[in-house]
Ligand binder design. Structure first.
Ligand SMILES: NC(=O)c1ccc[n+]([C@@H]2O[C@H](COP(=O)([O-])OP(=O)(O)OC[C@H]3O[C@@H](n4cnc5c(N)ncnc54)[C@H](OP(=O)(O)O)[C@@H]3O)[C@@H](O)[C@H]2O)c1
Length: 227
């Protein structure tokens, strides 16, 4: 049994991940921004703790992560609040949470990133998701440089299709549909927490037909060369 802290605990992926962890015997604490979301988080099997990660200091985050065995980052500004908030949450708060995990002695850190998080970014400067992509890559690059036992998940375009027990591990490209079910992302996050072979691996993936445990066990090392 592990104690997992999910950052962004009221997110759609997070609310699907918490019950998976609870069902297998882990205990889950979910950090949420809005106290009104506490009941939803409890219903998903997690203990809600109100921490606005955008405004929390590294020391406050360290206290919130203290005692955890693993952290899952699944928060995001979601494009609300413009570029400034995107950088404040998706980059700066994420980086503080990594530093806090290290300070709290939490070794394992799983980042929910996006499929195209590698340099050089394949996204033009005038694209609406450009700042998001820059922010996520900066956070991922910081994580890769830490001593944490990290795994970076790179789903494609998120959908609300039913969760599957299968995926396709691949960067996006010609002939690759970007669709990725949020429920499947939750299953992948639960699987990698249990699979040491995923430590220090970037796992780009979309919906597909390979069983998750098999797909994440043997991810090409070259995908982790993101900087
Ligand atoms: N959308 C896509 O197609 C796509 C593709 C690939 C990867 N991703 C990644 O997938 C992840 C989550 O996806 P999702 O569908 O679960 O998103 P979501 O439902 O928007 O969840 C994000 C959560 O982050 C929380 N959050 C935002 N600011 C916060 C703060 N200051 N303190 C604490 N929590 C905060 C939000 O809380 P509130 O509800 O209170 O605002 C929300 O619950 C993100 O990391 C995103 O980068 C998205």
């Amino acid at each position: 049994m592990s104690h997992i802290v999910i950052i962004g605990g009221h997110g759609q992926i997070a609310l699907k991940l918490a019950p998976l962890l609870k069902e297998r015997g882990d205990s889950v604490t979910s950090l949420i921004r809005n106290p009104e979301h506490a009941a939803d988080v409890e219903a998903a099997g997690a203990r809600p703790v109100v921490v606005d990660v955008e405004h929390a200091s590294t020391e406050e985050l360290t206290a919130a992560l203290s005692g955890a065995d693993a952290v899952v980052w699944s928060a995001g500004a979601g494009g609300k609040g413009g570029a400034q908030r995107t950088y404040a949450v998706d980059r700066d708060a994420a980086i503080r949470s990594m530093d806090a995990a290290h300070a709290a002695g939490v070794r394992r850190y799983v980042m929910v990133s996006f499929n195209g998080s590698r340099s050089p970014l394949q996204i033009p400067k005038d694209h609406p998701l450009y700042d998001y992509a820059v922010a996520k890559l900066a956070a991922d690059t910081h994580l890769v440089g830490t001593e944490l036992e990290w795994t970076i998940l790179g789903p494609g375009t998120l959908s609300d299709e039913p969760a599957a027990d299968t995926v396709r591990v691949t960067p996006l490209g010609e002939g690759v549909s970007p669709d990725t079910s949020r429920g499947t992302v939750a299953k992948v996050a639960a699987a990698v927490l249990d699979q040491p072979a995923t430590i220090r691996r970037v796992i780009p993936f979309v919906d597909g037909s390979t069983p998750i445990t098999e797909a994440v066990a043997d991810v090409p090392e070259e995908y982790s060369d993101i900087a």
